[in-house]
Design a protein around this ligand. Structure first.
Ligand code: KIV
Length: 283
């Protein structure tokens, strides 16, 4: 193929990718059209590429990477640099999905200046499209600061795992009226501040539906019922890779844990009985 033709095809392909890329404006339009938004977490290039090719709208590099990738009990230990490392792979994989990266515990609570410095570093070094922060009114000045700097911010209310030590566990949030009222108030503040989306985690479905109707930005639920504008799950949980973890809100869309164990078992047997590699698999 001549160089002119190759350049022309490359230009056409990059225009196609740009046109099909998810944006915060398209997400808002999806809410207005009543079109549901599908989001999943990802922490590496290989799986993120498959998830992106399957047509996901948003990829979240969650700080749940601390649990899933590093095996920690809570999300608190993961650092800014570790989040950047994970996110870089996901960004390289994403051709269509909007990539959101979690700001880890301690990276936005110290001061507005420190938070903005970390946020800018995460955007610059990871290449992600947006950042997610846990909390409501208490972190509103920080969120406003970031939005003023041009960073798209996703809020996260309800069960905010970075506060697990304050909550004393991962139980359902906002069951009582006072907490439910604060959550609704916080969601309105985040919406007015310009958050492009809000995650609601593990709260009653009726409250999540009320919040979804009360705000203009898309609301993404996890354990928050079917009345949200979209849903997010941890990829390894919904693929059945995290065996033994089955909260009520989780659906296993595959049983890859079993698939992996069976495949590895067959490999071990084939090595031990010398049937792998065979002559066709040898040079
Ligand atoms: O870190 C994460 O995976 C999350 C989702 C559960 C929303 O924040």
């Amino acid at each position: 193929m001549c160089k002119f033709a190759a350049d022309f095809i490359n230009i056409l392909m990059s225009v196609h990718v740009q046109n099909t890329r998810m944006t915060t404006a398209k997400l808002r339009q999806m809410k207005q059209n009543g079109e549901k938004i599908a989001m999943l977490t990802s922490y590496d290039y290989t799986l993120a590429r498959l998830v992106d090719e399957a047509g996901i709208d948003m990829l979240l590099v969650g700080d749940s990477g601390s649990n899933v990738v590093c095996g920690t009990q809570y999300t608190l230990p993961i650092t800014v640099d570790e989040m950047i490392f994970l996110t870089k792979g996901v960004v390289r994989a994403a051709q269509h999905a909007l990539v959101v990266c979690d700001m880890p515990f301690g990276s936005y609570q110290i001061s507005e200046e420190d938070a903005l410095r970390n946020a800018v570093k995460m955007m610059k070094e990871s290449g992600c499209d947006a950042l997610k922060l846990e909390g409501g009114e208490e972190i509103l000045p920080v969120i406003k600061h970031m939005i003023q700097a041009g960073i798209p911010v996703m809020g996260h209310l309800g069960l905010t795992p970075q506060s697990v030590n304050q909550f004393g566990g991962y139980g359902l949030r906002a069951k009582e009226q006072a907490e439910a009222e604060k959550l609704l108030h916080d969601a309105k503040l985040l919406d007015q501040a310009g958050c492009f989306s809000i995650v609601l985690e593990k709260i009653p479905a009726a409250l999540a539906q009320e919040v979804t109707k009360a705000v203009s930005c898309p609301v993404i639920g996890i354990g928050a019922g079917n009345g949200c504008d979209g849903q997010v799950l941890v990829l390894h949980d919904m693929l059945g890779l995290n065996q033994g973890f089955k909260p009520k809100f989780l659906r296993h869309f595959a049983q890859l844990g079993e698939t992996v164990k069976n495949a590895v078992g067959e490999y071990i047997t084939a090595v031990k009985d010398s049937t792998f590699p065979n002559s066709e698999e040898s040079y």
